[in-house]
Design a protein around this ligand. Structure first.
Ligand SMILES: N[C@@H](CCC(=O)N[C@@H](CS)C(=O)NCC(=O)O)C(=O)O
Length: 215
């Protein structure tokens, strides 16, 4: 059965799954927000977040779960290192991205409007975000891929996260937000040369521009 993905071009989590899908060249029906089909999502899962995948009668919420599933069913090329230590390192990088970068950024997204901003919360989350970024900088080596010299699930998670990091930093007064993290900066410059990563970045950027223009 064709895979279906409840998708959003603006979602970093959906972008993470599309990156894996593009790299594997999978045939997927993308269900975009504000369509009739999109409105059926809550009938599949109470989590009801984007992305959610439907495949072979199974409902798979959560971007990491979907990407690991795509690996487990044997889609090629594999985006997971076969060496257990490299694979553990890949998962460490994705968890740093999810828990210590995306989480504080999610909190900060709720504080973008200066009108009702809770400055104490902003300060706290900026500290947390800086910690997460410094941990990521520690574990990257500054080359174009997060691990294994090729595209892996770590890149799928980190590419959209770093896109939003670069956007959100200036909104809270950071100038050149990646400058403090030389290995992340070098990595993010290098990974943009990967055509699948570049495609997802272009899609997210276009969706963000459209949203900011009120579209
Ligand atoms: N942990 C989830 C996060 C997914 C998520 O928060 N998606 C957002 C879009 S970026 C969403 O669907 N939000 C709608 C909601 O929370 O109801 C994942 O990795 O897939």
């Amino acid at each position: 059965m064709t895979m279906k993905l409840f998708d959003s071009l603006l979602s970093p989590y959906a972008g993470r799954v599309r990156l894996a899908i593009y790299a594997k060249g999978l045939e997927v029906e993308f269900i975009m927000p504000q369509t009739e089909a999109a409105a059926t999502l809550p009938s599949y899962t109470p989590i009801s977040k984007l992305p959610t995948m439907l495949h072979d009668g199974h409902v798979l919420p959560e971007s990491e779960v979907i990407n690991e599933y795509l690996e487990d069913i044997g889609t090629e090329p594999s985006l997971r290192p076969s060496d257990p230590i490299l694979c553990a390192r890949m998962r460490l990088l994705t968890r740093i991205g999810d828990l210590y970068i995306m989480y504080p950024m999610g909190e900060l997204f709720g504080q973008i409007s200066p009108v009702d901003r809770d400055q104490m919360k902003v300060d706290e989350q900026m500290v947390e975000l800086a910690k997460g970024m410094s941990w990521l900088d520690h574990y990257l080596d500054g080359t174009s891929y997060a691990i294994d010299n090729r595209l892996t699930l770590a890149d799928c998670a980190l590419v959209p996260a770093l896109f939003f990091y670069e956007q959100i930093g200036p909104m809270f007064g950071m100038v050149a937000p990646l400058k403090k993290y030389p290995k992340i900066e070098a990595y993010f410059k290098g990974i943009k040369e990967n055509p699948h990563a570049a495609r997802v970045l272009k899609e997210i950027d276009a969706a963000l521009q459209k949203m900011m223009a009120g579209g």
